[in-house]
Write a protein that binds this ligand. Structure first.
Ligand SMILES: [Zn+2]
Length: 446
């Protein structure tokens, strides 16, 4: 009996912070933003790490797993002095609180916190000086009490649980125990969040382990790393890992040969691109840069610019014609919807935007370079003609997730032959071949 209880405990506690005591900090149409006050952890300087989540009123579909999710949790580090944030980890959960997917953020970039944004609210909540008890919301007080009680129990259980976890890890495919950095999970008896959805049964063990460094070895045995030639080449992607299945079976894959689009008045893409500091990484598949504070708005929906990266030659074709290179500006909405703006590149005059990126290509792979005093303006790379093609597609790299809105700028921009050659020294070919359209609708600006 005792053994059984211990096993149940492991299942309940191993998925990180499965039972947090959530306190709402803001509420908008369709969603609520909450934090787990017990998770706040102070780091050196003015940095605070906190577990927060967006709880949606309705279930949304996770493009990666095609499963419905109700909340996204994020472990985030806020720098109260610099007003920046770094996302460390994201977790998707079902309405029942079951863990669906975890995503460690590998090349975590410090992003500026824009005023009025969700992260601004979080930062204010986490960074404000501790208010006296009587000023705290009733909810936080309840949460605190529950967490105190939880802490007691936790202490008593921890040693034993750790032991059991170690044991079970050797035999079962459970995810690794929470890293020391993760907030401690609160007890089941924490006050129920004011939604039935949170009265969750204990989460089941996760089948797919989180992408933690310790799991690299486990991944390797599964096969070959994806790439553009040899065993890991694009037509094998779907076979390399179960999670890459969509690469082979998906019917809305990218890139495509853009042709036979319907010519209509498309809404203007409102580019809110501004100069910002940036970070460049050579991730082994491409050169990728992270910026902050830029976004696009399309039909009233805002997508934040997360990163941009390059392919040579261009992945997309237009009426069968390929281009020398392409840059993909990857954006994400608050709900996690992806929109990629593609700007085609052809040999011509030197381009200063590209040169700024090239100047800071790191000497080592997977190591970020963040020039302290150089700004980059993604807006400077946009073509003068803002006409574009649009279609629904996918990421062009594993796991080839679908439901990506593609916005391909019709007019290419010029970069010098030297600049193309520089990239070719690193990546001669990092373009996925054209995928079938299966009759997808393509639109083109008139
Ligand atoms: Zn790309």
């Amino acid at each position: 009996m005792r053994k059984q209880w211990a096993a149940a405990c492991i299942v309940a506690i191993v998925p990180i912070a499965a039972q947090a005591a959530w306190v709402a900090i803001s509420s908008d149409a369709g969603k609520r933003v909450e934090i787990d006050p017990a998770s706040v952890r102070k780091e050196e300087g003015a940095k605070q790490v906190v577990l927060g989540r967006i709880l949606f009123d309705k279930e949304l579909t996770d493009p990666r797993t095609s499963g419905p999710y109700k909340s996204i949790e994020a472990l985030t580090r806020y720098d109260c002095a610099q007003r920046t944030y770094t996302t460390l980890k994201r977790t998707w959960r079902s309405a029942e609180g079951e863990l669906l997917r975890e995503e460690e953020v590998r090349s975590a970039a410090e992003m500026p916190v824009r005023s009025g944004s969700l992260d601004d609210k979080m930062l204010r909540e986490v960074c404000r000086p501790k208010a006296p008890v009587d000023q705290q919301s009733a909810a936080s007080k309840v949460a605190e009490k529950a967490n105190e009680a939880a802490a007691e129990l936790r202490k008593a259980n921890d040693a034993m649980i750790q032991k059991e976890v170690q044991k079970s890890l050797k035999t079962a495919a459970l995810p690794a125990p929470a890293p020391a950095a993760a907030p401690a999970p609160a007890k089941e008896a924490a006050p129920p969040a004011p939604v039935a959805a949170h009265a969750a049964p204990r989460p089941r063990p996760v089948r797919r382990p989180a992408l933690q460094p310790g799991h690299e070895a486990a991944q390797q045995h599964a096969g070959i790393h994806w790439g553009y030639e040899g065993e890991g080449r694009p037509d094998n992607w779907g076979k390399l890992k179960a999670e890459y299945g969509t690469c082979a079976s998906g019917r809305r894959q990218s890139p495509i040969d853009i042709r036979d689009g319907i010519r209509v008045d498309q809404p203007a893409i409102e580019f809110g691109y501004r100069p910002s500091q940036f970070r460049v990484v050579d991730n082994g598949h491409t050169v990728q840069a992270y910026v902050g504070g830029s976004s696009i708005t399309l039909l009233g929906k805002r997508y934040e610019l997360i990163q941009f990266h390059f392919h040579r030659p261009s992945e997309e074709r237009v009426n069968g014609r390929g281009f020398d290179m392409v840059v993909h500006f990857v954006h994400k909405s608050e709900e996690g919807r992806l929109a990629v703006v593609a700007v085609l590149m052809e040999a011509g005059v030197e381009n200063s935007f590209i040169q700024t990126v090239w100047n800071h290509i790191p000497l080592e792979k997977n190591q970020d370079v963040a020039p302290p005093s150089t700004l980059i303006d993604p807006g400077a790379f946009l073509p003068a003609d803002r006409g574009y093609f649009s279609y629904m597609g996918s990421l062009t790299t594993p796991p080839c997730t679908e439901e990506v809105l593609w916005l391909v700028m019709r007019q290419p921009v010029q970069v010098s032959a030297d600049q193309i050659a520089t990239f070719a020294r690193l990546y001669r070919n990092n373009a996925r071949p054209i995928q079938p359209t299966f009759g997808r609708l393509i639109k083109e600006s008139r």
